[in-house]
Ligand binder design. Structure first.
Ligand code: ACO
Length: 428
């Protein structure tokens, strides 16, 4: 294959270099497009065809259903690693030795205290506030309590910012949920593993010991690993683009949380359960809702189905389906919502509309089901996604800053009025 692409505009030919990634993905490098063509730009709403960066963190092939972090398959990581090892891998590029992992964990624990005044900010939110809005605000508030912006040329400063947020974020998550449930706010226990500590911080009641259930710990560990990174998705691109203006890590993460909130992205896990509940309320007729999903006049979409990049299957959905079966079996959950979910899944997988468009259940079809059976309130589901995605956001932010990427600033094609004269108010 040639290493150049030729573009002809108004009879003039321009050559652009091709870039080939380590997995043989080919991209046309159009950095020089505007200067060599005298201002011609490209248009690609939703960036369906546009690479915003080169990245060595996550590889995914949507056609083949491949997802790898730093070269390791998601299947192997979900089976053999724990979430903190995966976080280290994503952020620093290699799996940690035992010594590195112990130090990483102990540094995170050292920073597992949030200024007590943050409780006052949390207090000011009504109980009805959506946890994603609360989490985004609290993460942003941390900037005020940790004001120094990160000097990215200092490895030490970068490391400190990373362990700080990994230590404090689970507390914000737990407090957000406890506030909603009317439980007293607390700090975790430094004797527990990262994931066990999260569970205890979320669920421990003041009047009893919290008993860890290994099946739940394992399911949450897996869920967090599966959500830990997904290359240049909407929230990650947001984190990178906000960080590209040299805004601090916490501020960039807060923006990422807002991006994740939407129902077409991380909000899908909440939307799945709400959809299943609505179907149940309406008599449980899955066929009716299949019909609505296929009707182009109807805005209804089957939540938890389809994916921008996975066009055959979502490898994360396969792994988590098994964890969902384990959790539901272990907890002996009987839930009419699950029957509706199974019915929809079966019908969609056999339906022409869904098969033709390659629409399969995505990871969030199952994650919502697990979170519900763990008694996590439905509005907290996307917060759990954010907890998992945190190391990915950090890794991508770090890479963007270390690569000295320019400020993100897309172009547009203007389609508004051309120059016109101002009319005084009486002439309009
Ligand atoms: N239900 C019904 N039809 C659908 C669905 C769905 N869930 N998803 C896509 N389609 C249809 C579209 O209407 C379109 O049909 P057409 O070709 O006849 O016009 C076709 O499938 C292609 O869909 P697009 O929207 O163009 O696909 P895109 O890649 O832009 O969108 C998205 C992907 C946003 C995930 C979409 O599938 C969707 O809205 N799914 C439901 C929400 C969801 O589950 N989001 C979670 C994503 S996973 C994550 O963030 C972790």
């Amino acid at each position: 294959m040639s290493d150049k692409a030729t573009l002809e505009i108004n009879g003039q030919k321009h050559e652009f270099p091709l870039i080939t990634g380590t997995e043989n993905e080919v991209a046309i490098d159009i950095k020089a497009l505007r200067s060599v063509t005298g201002g011609v730009t490209t248009i690609d709403p939703g960036y369906k065809n546009t690479g915003s960066c080169v990245s060595a963190i996550t590889f995914l092939d949507g056609e083949k259903g491949i997802l790898r972090y730093r070269g390791y398959s998601i299947e192997e990581l979900a089976e053999k690693a724990d979430f903190l090892e995966v976080a280290y891998l994503l952020i620093f590029g290699e799996l940690p030795t035992q010594e590195q992992l112990d130090k990483f964990h102990s540094d995170i624990k050292k920073h597992s205290v949030v200024d007590d005044d943050v409780k006052k900010i949390l207090d000011a939110f009504p109980k009805s506030a959506h946890p994603m809005g609360v989490l985004s605000s609290l993460t942003s508030a941390l900037t005020a309590f940790n004001p120094s912006s990160v000097n990215v040329d200092s490895e030490e400063e970068m490391y400190n910012a990373i362990v700080r947020i990994l230590g404090k974020f689970p507390i914000l998550v737990a407090w957000t949920m406890r506030k909603k449930m009317g439980l007293p706010l607390d700090y975790g226990s430094s004797s527990l593993g990262y994931v066990e500590n999260i569970l205890q911080m979320m669920f421990k009641r003041p009047d009893e010991n919290y008993e860890q259930n290994p099946i739940l710990v394992n399911a949450l560990d897996k869920l967090l690993i599966l959500h830990a990174d997904h290359e240049q998705n909407c929230s990650t691109s947001t984190v990178r683009i906000v960080g590209s203006s040299h805004a601090g890590l916490f501020a960039s993460l807060s923006a990422g949380i807002s991006a994740l909130w939407g129902p077409l992205h991380g909000g899908a896990n909440q939307a799945v359960i709400e959809m299943l509940e609505a179907i149940k309320e309406d008599g449980g007729d899955t066929k009716k809702y299949m019909g609505k999903a296929k009707d182009k006049e109807d805005p209804f979409r089957l939540m938890g189905f389809g994916h921008r990049v996975y066009k055959n299957f979502d490898p994360r959905a396969r792994i988590i389906k098994k964890a969902a079966d384990d959790v539901l079996g272990d907890l002996g959950v009987e839930d009419p919502i699950l029957d509706i979910a199974k019915g929809l899944e079966k019908e969609a997988l056999e339906d022409d509309y869904f098969v033709k468009r390659k629409l399969y259940p995505n990871v969030d079809f199952y994650s919502g089901i697990i979170y519900r059976s763990m008694n996590i309130p439905v509005e907290m589901f996307t917060v759990m996604f954010a907890l998992g995605r945190l190391p990915g956001w950090i890794a991508q932010w770090r890479e963007m800053r270390l690569n000295k990427e320019p400020i993100g600033r897309p172009r547009q094609v203007y389609t508004g009025e051309t120059l016109r004269s101002f009319k005084g108010i009486n002439e309009r």
